[in-house]
Design a binder for this molecule. Structure first.
Ligand code: ACO
Length: 330
């Protein structure tokens, strides 16, 4: 019998109704549509309603993925939620999502924080757990309400982020050569300070002063992060292709983390793959961190951009600084 591999049985995504355009942002901070578009490629982003939590976005995406997979919540025995914005610091968002969806109590549920690389990390983790033979169906969600940790007075970050969720249902196949072919994960922990929330954790609990200073929001040294992002994503893509003995030209579609169009264009040049082979939707979502790849994956599938037999490359980069790449044959 062929060895078991992880396959994607269904995908789903959800974005909150409210749209914040670049023109709206230009009324809030000293910026312009032109600056945001030319520096990042972003035109608008979705923003969750005040009462809408990360778990609500995740549940909507998960319901769509379960329907696509023709499975029920009762079929799920493993739930991994990639997020940097759980509903509360404690407990994990996955437990709220399990409860809202009606996933059984025998299911393992946990959150994973690898920032914008979180979905690729969660995919790899779920795949290893499925390969153990102790789980049958995994639900992997990337969900973020980044608007809750964004400093809306800081023009260097607030123009970049958005809210949303994407989900996949995973199962096991014995058909040779399909599913998750391989993954490559890593991190540059020495550069963690370039992209972080400085206060509010155990090393630096929040104080009235730190909150007044906005130190409980995301802070980023954009230019430095940009350079490392380009290099890390290029190397991760090259390494995973080498690992699998594949050439870039064999990739039908690249689904990159949607942070900045210029980062994606650099990867396109490096891999010598035209931009038509990259799925880009950041102009409508901004950077949704863990949610960005599963939202793009779901959109690409529903738009008919992924066909049976195609090889898709997922490649991500985020706070940590983490990176990850995965190859999937459909
Ligand atoms: N509107 C107008 N001007 C602005 C804005 C703005 N919103 N933001 C910054 N500027 C100004 C700066 O102050 C600076 O002015 P100065 O030259 O007078 O000092 C100038 O514009 C250029 O700023 P840079 O930061 O050098 O602009 P850059 O071209 O590097 O683009 C950006 C900034 C878009 C943030 C880019 O660096 C980037 O995308 N970085 C990587 C982001 C990323 O990939 N993050 C990882 C994932 S995020 C996560 O994990 C949560």
């Amino acid at each position: 019998m062929a060895t078991a591999s992880t396959i994607i049985l269904g995908t789903g995504s959800y974005a909150p109704a409210r749209i914040l355009t670049n023109a709206d942002l230009a009324k809030m901070v000293d910026t312009s549509d032109e600056w945001i578009r030319t520096r990042s490629g972003i035109r608008e982003r979705h923003i969750a309603a005040p009462g809408e939590a990360t778990s609500d976005l995740a549940v909507a995406a998960a319901r769509a993925a379960l329907a696509d997979a023709k499975l029920q919540p009762k079929d799920i025995d493993l739930l991994i939620v990639a997020t940097v914005t759980p509903d509360q610091p404690l407990p994990a968002a996955s437990c709220a999502i399990q409860h809202k969806l009606g996933i059984p109590t025998h299911a393992a549920c946990f959150d994973l924080n690898a920032a914008c690389s979180g979905f690729v990390y969660a995919l790899d983790t779920a795949s290893a757990m499925l390969a153990s033979g102790r789980y049958r169906h995994a639900l992997v969600i990337g969900a973020e309400k980044l608007s809750a940790i964004t400093n809306w007075k800081d023009r260097t970050t607030c123009v970049l982020f958005g809210d949303g969720a994407g989900a996949v249902v995973l199962g096991v196949s014995h058909e040779p050569g399909v599913g998750l072919l391989g993954t490559k994960l890593g991190a540059y922990g020495d550069s963690a300070d370039l992209l972080c929330i400085p206060r509010g954790g155990s090393s630096n609990p929040a104080t009235a002063e730190s909150i007044a200073a906005g130190d409980h929001f995301i802070q980023m040294k954009g230019k430095e992060v940009f350079k490392i992002a380009v290099r890390a994503m290029e190397e991760a893509a090259r390494d995973i292709l080498e690992q699998q003995g594949l050439h870039a030209d064999q990739i039908a579609l690249v689904i990159p983390h949607q942070a900045n169009l210029r980062i994606i264009e650099s990867i396109s040049q490096y891999l010598e793959l035209p931009m038509e082979r990259f799925y880009v939707n950041l102009e409508r979502y901004g950077n949704t961190s863990s949610a960005s790849i599963p939202i793009a994956l779901d959109e690409a599938r529903r738009a008919g951009r992924i066909k049976r037999g195609d090889i898709t490359l997922l490649v991500a980069f985020g706070a940590g600084l983490t990176y990850g790449a995965a190859l999937v044959r459909w």
